[in-house]
Design a protein around this ligand. Structure first.
Ligand SMILES: [Zn+2]
Length: 259
C-alpha cells in the first residue's frame, strides 16, 4: 500500500472549496465539467463533510433535517456517496474533510452552536475561533499548483458555514476566485465585501449546463431543501444561468486582483 502524503500529491491547477457536500457542484458544476473536459485537473474539497461523533446526541433540529433528507442511518455517509457520484459525473477528484456541519457542532459549555433554522443564517458562534484557526492551517497545505486557482464561496445567503469558508480563504493570502452561492444567489445577488476583485463571466456550453444539472440531481437528499423535484431544480438552474449570461448560460465569478 502506498501512503498518499502531501509530497506525493500531484498539485492541481483548480481547487474548489465547498462548505457542504453539494455547494461547489450547485454553483460551479458547469465550469468544473468544462475544465475537466479540457484535461485540467480539478479537486473539490468539501470542508464540512465529517460524521458527527456518535457519542453525542443530535440536536432535535439535526434530527428533523435527517428525516427531511430521508437518510435514516448515517446521513453524512449517504451525502458523501451522493458527492462521489456527482463529482465522478463531472470528472473531478474529491477530498472530504472530517469537520462536521454546523448543525452538529457544540461544546459542553455552550451546547449546540446552531440549534435552529434561524441560527444558520446569523452570526458565526464566538466559540468557533479554534475551528477557524485549524481551517486556516489546513488551507495552507492544499495541493494547489503554483499559479493555480483556488475557488471559494462568496457567502451569498449568509449561511454560517459558507461565511466561515469564505473568510478563511480570503484571509489565507492565496489568490482567490469566489463563486456565487447557488441557489441563494438566485434570490439575492451580492459582491465581495472586501476591496480588490474583478468580475469574471464564464459562458457554459449546453453540454456543460446539462452536466451541471445531472450532477446536482445526484444530491438526491438535498433537492427537497430547495425544490419540489429534480425537474423544478433543472428549470431553476437553466433560468439562473441564462439570467447570469443575459440569455446564454453562464456562471459568474469574482477574481481577486492579487492574482
Ligand atoms: Zn452549503
Amino acid at each position: 500500500m502506498t501512503l498518499l502524503t502531501q509530497s506525493t500529491v500531484n498539485p492541481y491547477p483548480h481547487i474548489y472549496l465547498s462548505p457542504h457536500l453539494d455547494d461547489a457542484v450547485l454553483s460551479c458544476g458547469g465550469r468544473i465539467w468544462q475544465q475537466a473536459r479540457a484535461d485540467e485537473r480539478v479537486l473539490v474539497v468539501t470542508v464540512f463533510a465529517g460524521t458527527p461523533p456518535p457519542s453525542v446526541p443530535l440536536s432535535p433540529f439535526a434530527q428533523a433535517l435527517h428525516t427531511c433528507w430521508e437518510h435514516p442511518g448515517d446521513a453524512v455517509a449517504g451525502r458523501r456517496e451522493e458527492d462521489r457520484a456527482a463529482l465522478a459525473l463531472l470528472g473531478a477528484d474529491l477530498a472530504h474533510w472530517a469537520y462536521p456541519d454546523c448543525i452538529y457542532r457544540q461544546s459542553p459549555d455552550d451546547g449546540f452552536f446552531y440549534p435552529d433554522w434561524e441560527s444558520l443564517w446569523g452570526e458565526i458562534h464566538p466559540a468557533e475561533g479554534r475551528l477557524i484557526e485549524e481551517l486556516a492551517t489546513r488551507l495552507a497545505t492544499l495541493p494547489l499548483l503554483r499559479g493555480g486557482a483556488l475557488y471559494a464561496p462568496l457567502g451569498t445567503g449568509h449561511h454560517v458555514d459558507h461565511q466561515i469558508v469564505h473568510r478563511t480563504a480570503a484571509a489565507s493570502g492565496r489568490a482567490l476566485t469566489c463563486y456565487e452561492d447557488f441557489p441563494y444567489a438566485a434570490e439575492q445577488q451580492s459582491a465581495p465585501e472586501e476591496e480588490g476583485w474583478r468580475e469574471e463571466l464564464v459562458p457554459l456550453s449546453e453540454e456543460a449546463l446539462e452536466a451541471r444539472i445531472a450532477a446536482i440531481a445526484c444530491y438526491r437528499s438535498q433537492i427537497s431543501s430547495f425544490w419540489a423535484d429534480a425537474a423544478e431544480m433543472a428549470a431553476a438552474v437553466r433560468a439562473f444561468t441564462n439570467r447570469t449570461g443575459s440569455g446564454r448560460p453562464a456562471e459568474w465569478y469574482w477574481k481577486s486582483t492579487r492574482s
